[in-house]
Design a protein around this ligand. Structure first.
Ligand SMILES: [Zn+2]
Length: 502
């Protein structure tokens, strides 16, 4: 064969291989229920995930889908939203932001297929319609009711409370505080999703939450349990929302509880291990399908086993099986156990497949984009709990993310145990360098939600890159998991020796 015909053959083999991989025929249909009628679009199942034809859905809900076969890129434009998908990638862009739908976009019979369960909630956040996926009836439901004030969330911070009101676009508003700790937000041209907003009342922080729709103005009012000292508000974008933060160092997370004695007392014996993600939060996914939540749990269990053998410690885990645990639940477990050290275990991920190595993080304002991006990813599951979307990290392209939630968090970052946490991170780093065979990326700092709610020295370990093929394999390997656990355990002993002898 000549070189040219050899190249041609090679090209044909590649094309044939691509067709085999991506050309599986749709095996089923799912329903789309819209304004009283039901239509059908093609779908298929892949590893228990239902993929639906997005081209088919777009035909029904409107908007235009355009293909760029070279590069396998597809754009979808509707109203002010411009999406970009890449076949084979779980990442997609909406306008200028990058998101992750956990499972990759797929291509079959000339159509774009997207994972219903993880993508539909995202559409629900950005469009005026209510769009939901029901797995049991295999139906996408599109309700045409129009709201532009869609939701409200309340998130406790270590030294304050953040209330967010979600909009479909920027709207003029006013915030004013009246007697009796009433906070009133009046939104001009605001159409309230009253049942959803009112369902967000959280009696731990507020006595009442009321809504009032008067012609063109929507009003949300709530009465806080605590006296309001300092508060700020701002309009944020992506998603559009009004943020109101109440700074209060004495804010009671659990007003009914008596304040427990927390943090390092004279004994360092209660170790809380926090396996990252779990349940419906998969964390990052490796090229072979390894899930971060599983390796985090495996490593955490190895660590728990090791520390439990050492009778001077008591181990508490925020989860010991595959289940969804909220941010507040993790914090409650740690703080109720009167945690002396908190260790959160994760695996890292990067779009650049060659990136490798472990990291140890402690809580402080991020000093570089790469650390900020890791925190943004780890926070994104909690972020998802709040709004059904996942901002995605991109640690290695050098671009600066300016996540407004992180900005707020950074303003409210808890510095109480920063020196001890840094010290513990350095001890862990030292042990990792001795015992763990993947490359050292060392100690770094960033604003992790989970660490910000722990009243004790804390670290977050990224035990390797699940996105790298060789490290994905290692992360599943028992010996590797044990080496990570041993390194952390030895750091725990060092920490105890140093801080108890003082
Ligand atoms: Zn993680």
């Amino acid at each position: 064969m000549t070189n040219i015909s050899r190249l041609l053959c090679f090209a044909i083999v590649i094309v044939a291989a691509l067709l085999t991989v991506t050309g599986t025929a749709p095996a089923k249909e799912v329903k789309v229920s819209i304004s009283g009628s039901t239509e059908k679009i093609s779908a298929f199942e892949d590893r228990e995930i239902t993929y639906l034809s997005f081209s088919g859905l777009a035909d029904i809900i409107g908007g235009s889908v355009d293909w760029q076969i070279v590069g396998h890129q597809i754009t979808y434009v509707r109203d002010t939203n411009r999406f970009m998908f890449v076949i084979g990638s779980p990442f997609f862009k909406r306008n200028d932001s990058l998101f992750n739908m956990t499972y990759p976009a797929e291509f079959s019979d000339g159509l774009l297929y997207l994972p219903a369960e993880t993508f539909i909630p995202f559409l629900n956040q950005v469009f005026h319609q209510k769009i939901t996926w029901n797995k049991d009836s295999e139906t996408v439901r599109v309700d045409s009711e129009y709201f532009n004030v869609t939701d409200l969330s309340i998130s406790p911070k270590a030294n304050g409370l953040l209330v967010e009101i979600f909009l479909t676009g920027a709207l003029p508003y006013d915030v004013y505080v009246t007697e009796g700790n009433w906070v009133n937000i009046s939104i001009r041209d605001g159409k309230l999703n009253i049942p959803r907003i009112e369902s967000r009342r959280d009696s731990r922080y507020m006595y009442q939450l009321k809504t009032h729709q008067q012609n063109e103005t929507g009003q949300v009012s709530f009465r806080l349990r605590r006296k309001i000292d300092r508060w700020t508000h701002r309009l944020e974008d992506n998603p559009p929302r009004i943020q109101i933060s109440f700074a209060d160092v004495n804010f009671d997370l659990e007003p009914s509880d008596t304040t427990p004695k927390i943090g390092p007392d004279d004994k360092i014996d209660v170790i809380v291990i926090d396996p990252g993600h779990g349940g419906s939060h998969y964390g990052a996914i490796g090229p072979k399908g390894t899930r971060e939540k599983d390796v985090a749990l495996d490593i955490a269990k190895e660590l728990a086993k090791l520390i439990r053998k050492d009778k001077q410690f008591k181990v508490v885990m925020t989860r010991d099986r595959d289940k969804t645990v909220t941010l507040q639940e993790r914090a409650n477990v740690a703080n109720k156990a009167q945690c002396d050290l908190f260790i959160s275990i994760h695996a890292n991920s990067s779009l650049k497949k060659h990136v490798r190595g472990w990291n140890v993080f402690f809580l402080a304002t991020a000093k570089n984009d790469s650390a900020r991006a890791v925190a943004q990813f780890e926070n994104s599951a909690f972020f998802k709990d709040q709004m059904g979307t996942r901002p995605e990290k991109d640690p290695n392209n050098g671009s600066s993310y300016d996540d407004p939630i992180l900005t707020i968090l950074n303003e409210m970052i808890m510095t109480e145990f920063q020196a001890e946490s840094h010290d513990f991170a350095m001890m862990t780093d030292k042990e990792f360098r001795r015992k763990v065979k993947t490359p050292a990326r060392g100690v770094d700092q960033a604003g992790f939600y989970v660490l910000n709610m722990i009243f004790a020295p804390s670290i977050l370990v990224e035990a390797g890159f699940i996105s790298n093929r060789s490290e994905e394999k290692l992360l599943k390997n028992r010996d590797y998991q044990r080496s990570v656990a041993k390194a952390i355990y030895d750091a725990v002993k060092r920490f105890k020796a140093k801080y108890e002898s003082r």
